[in-house]
Each structure stands twice: as C-alpha cells, then as structure tokens.
Design a protein around this ligand. Sequence first.
Ligand code: 5GP
Length: 209
Amino acid sequence: MARTDRGRIVIISSPSGGGKTSICRRILTPARRRAGWTFSVSYTTRHKRPGERNGREYHFVESEAFARLIAKGFFAEHFQVHQYNYGTPRQPLEKVEQKGGTIILDVDIQGAFKLRQEYPDAIMIFVLPPSIAELRKRLKRRGTETAEQRRIRFERARQEMLAYDQFDYVVVNQELEVAAHQVLSIIEAHPCRIERVKKEQIRSIIGLA
Ligand code: 5GP
C-alpha cells in the first residue's frame, strides 16, 4: 500500500555530542541490516580515533584524495566540519532510491540541509542533548579532543541547536534507549504519511477505483 519500495533516506543530525552516532549504532542491528538497512559511510580527512575501522565508521582519506573525489562529483554533499572535510558518497543513496531499502546518514547540519535539497523525501531527524550542561559533560567525557577543540565544538553546537525547527522531527536524547526507540518509530511510520501513500491503491481498497 505504501511506497516503501522507493526506499528511505534517513538523515540524523545533531550538534557534536548530541548522541546521534550512538543512536545510529543502536538501531542498525544485524537483523535490520539483513532487511536492507544500511549506514552511509562518509569519507573524511580527520584521523582515525582508537577503535575506529577504515570503511566502517568512515573511509579515512588524505586531503588530496578527498579533493580528487570532489572533482569527480563523487559526493552528494561535502563540508568542512571542525577543520576536517567530511563527505557523503552519492552512490549508496542512488542505490536506495532505485532499489529500495533504508539508509541512515549521520551528518552535520550543513550536510543535512544540502541533502534535503537533493533528496526532498528524506526523513530529517534532529537529535538534541537534554541540556547545555549535559552537552558540555558529554564532550568532555568523550576525551577525543583537546580543550581548545572541545571549546570550538561546544560553541558551534550552541549555534547549531537553533536550527532545530527546520527538521521534520526532534528527538531529545536523555536516555539512549528511549531516543533510539523514538527514531525507529519515526522511520517505521514514514511510509504511512499521507503524501507517501499511493492514492490509487487507497481508492482501490475503498472500492472507488
Ligand atoms: P566526528 O569527527 O565526531 O565523527 O564527526 C564530526 C561531525 O561531522 C559530526 O557532526 C558528524 O555528524 C559530521 N559528519 C560525519 N560525516 C559527515 C558527512 O559526510 N557530511 C557532513 N556534512 N557531516 C558529516
């Protein structure tokens, strides 16, 4: 009945420390992966953090290689975020558009807005931390940045949070379990949105066709 066959592009965005990466990990269970859910693995020029694997969290590339990919039109969007380059490869999005499935993107706010222009049917979810104080704590606890890098991220995060009302949904990440459940519910319910449902099919159900 619903146009699930067209595939779902899910853009999850938040300020740094909002917790979107944990949510993405939580919802992409092996069972969902088998059912055609994938994660959009971005390209980045930043260094690998401990525990990250090339091709899993990101494709880690040098600046020159990144520039060559831009020139080839490889990216659906690319931006500089916190001094490094990040880009979403176009091909996995096109595949989902053509063949169906669900693709989850974890991108910054600039990337989310750029993607929306090209993929207006994308589901845009903004994840907020429960408070500014909690955000500051999370950035510190992560321990992956220097104090100066943290300060830059924090200031930027405050600015970015003002853009919440340009998204389709806002999820407050107080408790990971609850937030992940809300994100899943949003994705699952999307094919039932009135603008996604095929009118002819409904008319035939009602006996009007
Ligand atoms: P991190 O370096 O902490 O993994 O990510 C920094 C920021 O870059 C996060 O807000 C993350 O969502 C964002 N990001 C990751 N991949 C992409 C991408 O392909 N495009 C854009 N625009 N932002 C990205």
